[in-house]
Design a binder for this molecule. Sequence first.
Ligand SMILES: NC(=O)c1ccc[n+]([C@@H]2O[C@H](COP(=O)([O-])OP(=O)(O)OC[C@H]3O[C@@H](n4cnc5c(N)ncnc54)[C@H](O)[C@@H]3O)[C@@H](O)[C@H]2O)c1
Length: 445
Amino acid sequence: MNICIVGLGYVGLPLAVEFAKRGHTVFGIDISESRIDKLKSAENYIGDVSSDELTKVIESGFLIPTTTFESCEQAQAVFICVPTPISDNKDPDLSAIRSAAAAIGPLIHEGQLVILKSTTFPTTTEEVVMPIVEELSGLKAGKDFHLAYSPERVDPGNTKWTTANTPIVVGGLTPACTDAAADLLSEITPNVRKVSSPKVAEMEKLLENIFRSVNIALVNEMARLCDRMGGISLWEVVDAAATKPFGFMPFYPGPGLGGHCIPIDPYYLSWLARKYDFETSFITLSARTNEDMPFYVVDAVQRVLADRGSMTPGKPRILILGAAFKKNVDDLRHSPAFKIIEVLEQQTNALVDFSDPHATEFRKEWVEGSPVMHSVGSDPEQISSYDVVVMVTDHDAFDYQEIADNARFILDTRNAFKDVDIDSERIRVLGAGQFLTHKTQRGEA
Ligand SMILES: NC(=O)c1ccc[n+]([C@@H]2O[C@H](COP(=O)([O-])OP(=O)(O)OC[C@H]3O[C@@H](n4cnc5c(N)ncnc54)[C@H](O)[C@@H]3O)[C@@H](O)[C@H]2O)c1
């Protein structure tokens, strides 16, 4: 088969490689010239893709990277895997989906299959993609061409569950659309669950991600309560609860959410709900609770500086350990590290550095024209030069004992130092009962 994949990021590139590996001719289409140039020389930019496999499918000509869309004319199936961000006001931004649909629309012909994979709110396939493609192709979806939605479940950094073995959900406009999409997807994963419509599949994806947002918000709130009360570590509580073999799934607190999905998806649903005069207060509350966590971390840094003073009065030095949004990956998108750095710089006059073995540079988007910020090392000399080291992303690559031995003071938002010898006077762990202590009416500290 000839298959087109539009958008070659964390979702599209692994999918393209999976199909190309199985002997299909895959046209990988992306508007980013730099990404296409890299792919043409088999340069890998997505951690989850095997560089060997990428080289093989590029050199053998099964994956053809391009910035143009003509290949959609000769493809039997076209996947849309473009970004679905939110605007500054937290409204859905479907401009990439619209522009991808507009680019493929004139090239769609009878018998083709179009599958949207981008995460989005229910009705997008039928009310955004379908009218654009129908108008530009002059064809009728469900009659002349197949149209379906199948959400992506790739979990960057997860080596056990990958694009090739994670069950997948698919919902087409008609049963024939669903069958066509399921047949194709079952080539890369044996477990395809058909649902009755694109809307159901779209809502299913949002449920998955909002489920995480709500549960993480719950433990974040409980972590803050434990810090207020003192004497209870939420980490111990969650691990104890996790011994229950049914009806409980462990979630852990942290410095805030990151990535391209969980911080964004609740807003996709709450935006849609407003159109139906419905307020998703529970879901919105989870997003707000999680968004507050970086500010909580900053408050804790300020408390430490107030309690202990800084080595250089007026110019405390703070090191953020880990800038990527989750462990062992290089993806910086929406990482809570940015908010922590931004607010620390605004509120403390501190010099803030970061150290991340995977994500080694970024630009401070909140400072106009700012230079690229580079990761510093995490060797003993470096670590000991900071007033406070804030553990934000617990990459395996860090030497935790060495950091503990050399840091002046550690704020640990991940319980990453749990197995390390460290004097309790030099560390506070989020949710462990002493991260940010407040005097309460009861006089407890
Ligand atoms: N990253 C994840 O872990 C993940 C998991 C599940 C679902 N998703 C969803 O999948 C979608 C894609 O996410 P991603 O992480 O792959 O994004 P990404 O930013 O890594 O990649 C998207 C790619 O699409 C390209 N692009 C943008 N507009 C385009 C257009 N009009 N035509 C062609 N190419 C275009 C970009 O240049 C980029 O290379 C999003 O809706 C996201 O929410 C992501």
